[in-house]
Design a protein around this ligand. Structure first.
Ligand code: HXC
Length: 311
């Protein structure tokens, strides 16, 4: 297309592509997780979404079922708690039947100079991204192996798994760990027909992420050119990602017919990573005083979110 924008998802995939699928999307109540859950649902899958805010999950489930029909089941779970993950996955297996796919989407992140992080700040992010994603992968993987069933795992990473990212070090470290998990388990679990792949999205603006990665336009302030794209060191495509583009890739990787593909991480970032690293190095221009203001802004978003959590 002339403007470089994607066509509607329906033009890419046939109806009923996921009729036999049952997919868990962690953090599926909002943002990218919700978009991927919706795409799978629209193509026939039964969907399970989990997160810490049961109310938000229930609202999403209702809206998605209203729009597409089908079945969306919600689970109020903090994936940092291994026992709660185990309980949720067992409940899915017993109550609905075995999953066919898992999307490790739930994440936590905020921009901060590493010198301003406390151990608890690091643990909050590593607990969700690194530990939590592993707990869910293990809970599903051991059941697939035990039942002799195939399975597919997609983990949402970032391009920083290749080059790191200043100012989001706990996230970059944790996602790099998941990258290695993807590669390691793709070999270990291939004999069981369990696939693991990953997506490395560039800038896809969602409310949860942007409140913590671009509070008050911090990135624009840091960018030399003043445009949002230049905050990423200049995105050669000249725009941010469209949600449908991410959903298309998530559908492709999950689809039957993609069986021989495993252990891969695909970037979808308009060429940001290959052109200039696609990370937060532009934030070096922010001074300490400004960082304190940014931190306070992020914390107030965190507190607001916390108030609506049920687990
Ligand atoms: C420094 C901070 C901070 C900040 C929190 N902390 N925000 N430190 N600067 N801006 C510190 C706190 O002071 C505290 O440490 C510790 O982190 C834990 O804070 P809590 O708020 O109690 O944590 P918790 O309630 O567990 O919340 C976790 C969270 C929060 C990660 C901090 O942001 C969250 O729930 N996020 C979920 C949604 C999200 O982040 N989405 C964005 C994903 S984007 P002390 O020592 O003070 O007690 C993504 C990649 C995108 O993943 C890639 C784009 C290219």
């Amino acid at each position: 297309m002339a403007d470089g924008k994607s066509k509607n998802m329906a033009t890419m995939f046939r109806d009923g592509l996921f009729d036999d699928a049952r997919i868990l999307v962690t953090g599926g109540g909002t943002g990218l997780g919700r978009v991927m859950a919706e795409a799978y649902l629209a193509l026939g899958a039964e969907i399970h979404i989990c997160g810490r805010r049961k109310g938000v999950l229930d609202e999403t489930a209702e809206a998605l079922m209203k729009a597409h029909g089908g079945k969306v089941v919600t689970h109020g779970v903090d994936i940092r708690v291994a026992a709660a993950v185990e309980e949720m996955v067992e409940e899915i297996w017993r109550g609905s039947g075995p999953l066919t796919g898992l999307v490790n989407n739930a994440a936590g992140n905020f921009i901060s100079p590493t010198k301003m992080l406390s151990p608890k700040g690091f643990d909050a992010i590593a607990g969700i991204v690194f530990h939590g994603s592993f707990y869910v992968t293990l809970a599903c993987g051991k059941r697939w192996i035990g039942d002799g069933l195939a399975g597919s795992v997609i983990s949402i990473l970032t391009t920083w798994v290749w080059n790191g990212s200043p100012f989001t070090v706990p996230s970059a470290m944790s996602k790099a760990g998941l990258h290695i998990m993807t590669k390691s388990l793709s070999a270990e679990w291939a004999p069981y027909r369990i696939r693991l792949n990953a997506i490395a999205p560039g800038p896809f603006p969602t409310e949860g992420a942007w409140a913590r990665l671009n509070p008050g336009g911090a990135m624009e302030a840091a960018a030399s050119g003043g445009s949002e794209a230049s905050a990423y060191g200049g995105n050669p495509w000249g725009r941010q990602g469209e949600m449908v583009e991410l959903a298309n890739l998530a559908c492709f990787l999950m689809a039957p017919g993609c069986d021989y593909m495993t252990g891969q991480c695909v970037a979808i970032d308009g060429g940001a990573y290959v052109s200039s690293g696609g990370n937060f190095s532009g934030l070096s221009r922010i001074d300490d005083e400004m960082w304190v203001r940014i931190r306070d802004q992020i914390r107030s978003v965190n507190e607001k979110d916390k108030a609506s959590r049920t687990v």
